[in-house]
Design a protein around this ligand. Structure first.
Ligand code: GDP
Ligand code: MG
Length: 294
């Protein structure tokens, strides 16, 4: 048996969470076009007859912005990367940025095997350019493997999984074989609501909202879930609620569909909108909203 941790690392928006969901054939990490969608470290566990791969989806690393939320995101990304058995480093299509160099600099002295994953190849028409890019990448760093995939279309993911298993250490499974993530259903429900908010309102309210579970009642045929959407400013309330409550209603409908799929149960969902000034730059407020080092 082989078992170990594989950290998904890369610029915001390269497709780390999409890849994780497709590797697990289940949605456990939320995704959107907005950078910084993933805020919490989340484990995705895939157990086969001969291996257990524990993927870590990490918040993207944000060099530059020093606010408290970004400091937290940086720490979480560093910790999971340097503690992993294998690093899966994603790049987006054939684009190589300074950011990717910074990641490789952090890995250089760490002695961890690194797989380079070139994602979004469904958008790459020029296969010669792809081969050139792969050759250049291998000059830059002694990658243990270079694999081109499309996370969204599920292309080449078996090959990726095989090379991860090859690089994992020998060991017994850490988690029970039926367990898919370390996160509770209530956490995933709050994340689903945040995904819908980010997708519908991302441009208007960049990173300034978070979702807290106020009450979660499991009953025989229905889950009753009461959530608070926290905003930074009073003026953002009308955007989230919308004219006659239309926006909030749409978000509730989108979220309920995904939550019912996840829990395989009917869901009664109640959303409130409240304001907590400066939560994204206040360490205490962050802790109270569940952003902790674990
Ligand atoms: P993360 O920030 O690295 O976790 O990125 P996400 O998984 O949230 O994805 C960012 C965006 O890229 C989303 O809109 C995804 O649908 C999109 N995306 C991810 N993988 C692919 C892919 O293989 N092909 C294409 N065309 N889009 C992708
Ligand atoms: Mg993500």
């Amino acid at each position: 048996m082989k078992c170990g941790y594989a950290a998904l690392i890369g610029r915001p928006n390269v497709g780390k969470s999409t890849l994780l969901n497709h590797l697990l054939k289940q949605k456990i990490s939320i995704t959107s076009r907005k950078p910084q969608t993933t805020r919490h470290q989340i484990l995705g566990i895939n157990t086969t007859e001969s291996a257990q791969i524990i993927y870590l989806d990490t918040p993207g690393m944000h060099f530059g912005d020093k606010r408290a939320l970004n400091r937290y995101l940086n720490r979480a990304a560093d910790t999971s990367m340097l503690g992993a058995d294998v690093v899966i480093m994603l790049v987006d299509g054939l684009i190589w940025q300074e950011y990717d160099e910074l990641i490789l600099n952090k890995l250089k002295n760490a002695d961890i095997p690194v797989i380079l994953v070139i994602n979004k190849i469904d958008r790459v028409a020029d296969k010669t350019a792809l081969l050139t890019f792969i050759a250049e990448a291998q000059q830059r760093y002694p990658f243990d493997a270079v694999i081109a995939v499309s996370a969204l279309k599920g292309a080449n993911l078996d090959e990726l999984e095989k090379s991860v298993v090859d690089l994992l250490p020998e060991g017994e499974a850490i988690f029970p074989e039926e367990q898919v993530t370390d996160r509770s259903e209530r956490f995933l429900c709050a994340e689903i609501v945040r995904e819908k908010l980010t997708r519908r309102l991302g441009a208007e309210i960049p990173h300034q909202l978070t979702v807290e579970v106020e009450r979660y009642e499991e009953q025989a045929n229905v889950n009753k879930i009461y959530l608070i959407i926290w905003l930074e400013k009073e003026s953002q309330k009308s955007i989230v609620i919308g004219k006659d409550g239309e926006m909030l209603k749409k978000i509730g409908i989108d979220a309920r569909a995904d939550i019912e799929k996840l829990t395989e149960k009917k869901c009664y969902l109640k959303l409130w909108v409240k304001v907590k000034k400066g939560w994204s730059d206040n360490e205490r407020a962050l802790l109270s909203l569940g952003f902790n080092e674990q």
